[in-house]
Design a protein around this ligand. Sequence first.
Ligand code: SF4
Length: 301
Amino acid sequence: MEIISVVPKGYCQGVVRAIQLAKETAQQYPNKKITILGMLVHNQYVVDACKEIGIDYVEDTKKSRLELLDEIHEGVVIFTAHGVSDTVKEKALQKGLICIDASCKDVVKTHDIVKNHAKIGDVIYIGKKGHPESEATVQMANNVYLVTNENDIDALPNLHNVLVTNQTTLSIIDIQKIIEKIKIRFPNAIIQDEICNATRIRQEAVLNLKDIDCLIVVGDTKSNNTKQLLEIAKNQGIPDTYLIDTVLSLKKEMVKNKNRIAVTSGSSTPNSITSQVIQFLEEYANSGNWNLPDSVTITLL
Ligand code: SF4
């Protein structure tokens, strides 16, 4: 059995920056209540580790960021790497909260593209409904239309001077299909693909895998970029694909009788968690012993 550690994988620059900012905030405001508006990044182990250094979070997937903000009454609020709308920022300031913005620069770039174009034409934004990045971006102007799949395109009203852009963590394969269909309805649309480099190169690394029996993706089911790695692998025809949160979710049946097993991880997955999975599988490949560890190794950065 051969274990292939896919490169690149794991933390991206946006996630590293968000975690660094959170840690610095904890040091800077030791006597204030610090709350993250949502999950800092979509990984439960990261937000739990933040809690251990005194940083709480509020999350309810049924609530918008604006509604969630009602649950924060004092101290410091940290906006997540997924970006935040101006309306939320203004409301936080009105509430007298100290605001720390961990929005990823790649997401902010998309916000700027949307804001600028919305002054001269309509914007079609391809994204996931209910995802905080989409939620913030569609609020950048009134004439931004969210498209989540090919079926949504027919339901769009007549638009003028259309620009098409997208959530940074979508599948590089799925988005092309949606863009092709948009081009049929709006042939003159300007296309500005904003899948971020971190997402793109992690997906391309999976696309480039050869002769793999099984791909294990390490990450949180709430993480869009993590789930997309799984989808890409399925599209690639890799026979078996699994999404696990940590080494403790590994099952012997997943890897039994496999010759080449690849391991990758989403850009919000701590590298220590992925390393533990790879190390365990390598030991199993060498010894044949299946003795899962008692606990998960977490290193925030
Ligand atoms: S996945 Fe991309 S957009 Fe999201 S935080 Fe990382 S670099 Fe930024």
